[in-house]
Design a binder for this molecule. Structure first.
Ligand code: NDP
Length: 330
């Protein structure tokens, strides 16, 4: 069994020396536990936060211990009632080839219902993030014009398409390459999209949303947030999902200079955590599952092969190598 350990807490961009791929004996499951051979490992932006010691909503990764993350695999030994050898489970002990998981912490998933990788993406945590953040935090309603950043990523791509399927008047997305921008308008059905690397985000957003935006779903922070406040309509709402542009900063990033505009727009800005919204999970699967099956909601996945490439895959998410959900296959 091989598993990734955090050796030291990265400062700025994580470096290879901060991590090690460690060989261990195959673990054996105790009472109420199962041994899982992981097949799909999730790498997500929030993991950067867990590499730091700073107090947050989830405990930091411990040094010299295996890191954690979403994973789907096949049960190869079971000491737990209700889970049999051959079952597939979703759990939180990723970054390793084999995991001993408490049955209570494992959710059975069915490869006959949806491809196993989708339980980490479009039908999993990022999907619920999009659904809850847009519909609950941002109080999306039919006719809203919606702007989403990180729009070719796992969460962002789904935000724009759910908004479209639910009657948005206009959906605008931003992403970091021309290819991604093309995907948004030509495949995901966004009304407009731009490459934020092409120039001033405020100017590009004004051109893409001449009538302003009612909802901004923030995955990026920084200049994107400032641009969105600048284009916010009366009673506009901003759901702060993530701020990936600052995750590797060593100094606090300057805040938006135009917060006072929230007064004249009666605008509302609110952060949210997907973990608080799992009560929406059944409704999310019931509504979004059929859209995915019927091809009305499209999704992409970027696969990286091999446990030895788990770290590179994670760094790739921070760089934007991925289109849609980034997943490591074993
Ligand atoms: P993505 O699949 O969107 O991958 C991250 C993307 O961020 C990259 O592909 C890259 O795309 C983009 N990016 C990287 N650096 C920058 C930058 N400096 N400026 C703009 N874009 C950048 O990841 P997820 O969909 O998993 O996550 C999206 C956001 O949602 C993150 O901020 C994450 O932390 C947050 N999140 C929050 C949750 C919550 O509960 N609040 C739950 C899950 C996710 P590009 O090529 O376009 O630059």
């Amino acid at each position: 069994n091989r598993e990734w350990h955090l050796l030291s807490r990265p400062v700025g961009w994580p470096k290879e020396e901060d991590f090690a791929l460690v060989e261990t004996d195959l673990p054996t499951p105790g009472e109420g536990q199962v041994l899982v051979r992981n097949q799909y490992l999730s790498v997500d932006p929030y993991m950067r936060g867990r590499m730091s010691a700073a107090k947050s909503y989830v405990a930091p990764y411990e040094l010299n211990q295996p890191m954690q993350g979403g994973a789907v695999g096949e049960v190869v030994a079971s000491n737990a009632e209700g889970i049999a050898v051959g079952d597939h489970v979703l759990h939180w002990l990723g970054w390793r080839e084999y995991a001993v998981v408490d049955a209570k912490q494992a959710v059975k998933v069915d490869p006959g219902v949806a491809p196993l990788s989708t339980y980490l993406g479009v039908l999993g945590m990022p999907g619920l993030t999009a659904y809850a953040g847009l519909l609950r935090t941002a109080s999306f309603k039919e006719g809203d014009a919606v702007f989403v950043s990180g729009a070719a990523g796992a969460v962002g791509g789904q935000v724009g398409q759910i908004a479209k399927l639910k009657g948005a008047s206009r959906v605008i997305g931003s992403a970091g390459s021309d290819e991604k921008v093309k995907l948004l308008t030509e495949e995901y059905g966004f009304d407009a999209a731009f490459n934020y690397k092409d120039g001033d985000v405020s100017r590009q957003l004004r051109a893409a949303a001449p009538d302003g935006v009612d909802v901004y779903f923030d995955n990026v922070g920084g200049d994107h947030l400032e641009a969105a406040i600048g284009s916010l309509n009366r009673d506009g709402r901003i759901a702060v999902c993530g701020m990936i542009s600052v995750y590797n900063n060593t100094e606090p990033a300057p805040g938006p200079k135009n917060l006072a505009r929230l007064i004249q727009t009666r605008g509302r800005i609110e952060g949210f955590l997907v973990g608080d919204h799992y009560d929406l999970q059944p409704q999310f699967v019931e509504e979004v599952g059929p859209w995915v099956r019927e091809g009305r909601l499209k999704y992409r996945e970027t696969f990286v092969e091999g446990i030895e490439n788990n770290l590179e895959a994670f760094l790739g998410v921070l760089r934007g190598d991925n289109t849609g959900k980034m997943i490591v296959t074993l």
